[in-house]
Design a protein around this ligand. Structure first.
Ligand SMILES: Cc1cc2nc3c(=O)[nH]c(=O)nc-3n(C[C@H](O)[C@H](O)[C@H](O)COP(=O)(O)O)c2cc1C
Length: 319
């Protein structure tokens, strides 16, 4: 994951992204530093570790802050404050966009007085027992990310009609979805299916749901002709199934499936399965919108869903 930002600076993430500067070793700042750095990078931050200086540390930090291409947010421990405070004195807000201090004690009055005039977040240092708790580590990340979004908001990206489709795809990828496998039979009766996250509920009365099928799909004709199809919502353990149904090959070979009333394949053990009669198909650009009337459904709500967000599989985190 690491890449070198400059010869003497360790950093992660896209050099174009807003910088978060760590004052001190990452493991001294976070409960699970690899996970925290990854969370920052995935949230669009460039994470850089300030190199240790042999001479006057505050002066070295001040020089680094002046040299960086953009105003960073700083994360330091209480022990780092004696370096950070003089480095930011007087022109603090001009050199940094915000300061996160990982503290074992609430800041003393004198300590708070000495702080530069800069938006600051005091974050309790997690005790050894709480460090291993993923919920605590996640809460720590959420607090830092929330602070950074307020203090150093990332510049929003734009798509305009006619711009490159990749940017539109990235914009659409900001909508988190579940993952489904849609199935039917082809004209010869063979089971067919593919991974799709374009599933949506449409109407309760009548009960309608939809998914969108790329016209480029090898299964376009099968779904166009099918009187029935099924949508299987995947649970967290079915990520491999999602992979299989997004690649070419015999997709049904290693997956358990059954049939209900209409003969379309129903994946056994899915989080939810909806058997549908094709209600209508709407031609829409490079996709078909396939709307089905639900005739039967089965669901197992105690399982966690498989999620998809910004081009990656994710898992639901209850906090
Ligand atoms: C998470 C995920 C979601 C997808 N969603 C859709 C979708 O909604 N519609 C679609 O046509 N393809 C979607 N795809 C792509 C198809 O699964 C993939 O192109 C598949 O190989 C198509 O197979 P086929 O051409 O045999 O139908 C998705 C793929 C993944 C990994």
């Amino acid at each position: 994951m690491a890449d070198r930002a400059a010869q003497d600076v360790q950093g992660w993430g896209d050099p174009e992204d807003p910088i978060v500067l760590l004052i001190g070793a990452p493991e001294s700042l976070f409960a699970d530093w690899r996970r925290s750095v990854r969370a920052l990078v995935e949230a669009g931050r460039r994470v850089v570790v300030a190199p240790a200086a042999s001479e006057d540390e505050a002066a070295a930090l001040r020089r680094l802050l002046t040299d960086l291409p953009s105003r960073p947010a700083l994360i330091c421990s209480q022990a780092g404050l004696p370096t950070v405070i003089p480095a930011l004195q007087v022109t603090g807000p001009a050199l940094a966009s915000g300061l996160v201090v990982v503290t074992s004690d609430p800041p003393s009055h004198a300590d708070a007085e000495a702080r530069p005039e800069l938006a600051a977040l005091d974050l309790p240092l997690l005790t050894a027992a709480r460090r291993d708790d993923p919920d605590q580590a996640e809460a720590e990340n959420a607090a830092i990310l929330g602070f950074l979004e307020r203090q150093a908001p990332r510049e929003a990206l734009h798509y305009l009609a006619g711009s490159d489709p990749r940017t539109l795809r990235d914009a659409l990828g900001c909508f988190a979805t579940g993952v489904t496998v849609v199935t039917t039979r082809d004209q010869t009766g063979q089971p067919v299916g593919l991974t799709a996250n374009s599933f949506s509920s449409v109407s309760l009365d009548p009960p309608l749901i939809l998914f969108c099928l790329a016209r480029s799909s090898t299964n376009v004709e099968s779904f166009r002709q099918a009187e029935h199809f099924a949508i299987n919502v995947l649970h967290i353990g079915q990520q491999p199934t999602s992979g299989v149904f997004a690649r070419s090959g015999d997709r049904f070979q290693d997956v358990a499936w059954e049939t209900w009333d209409t003969g379309v394949p129903i994946l056994s053990g899915a989080l939810a399965s909806f058997e549908c009669a094709t209600d209508r198909i709407v031609e829409a650009g490079d996709h078909l919108v396939i709307i089905g009337r639900v005739t039967r459904a089965r669901f197992e709500p105690r399982r966690d869903p498989l999620l998809y967000f910004r081009g990656k599989y994710r898992r639901l985190h209850f906090s």
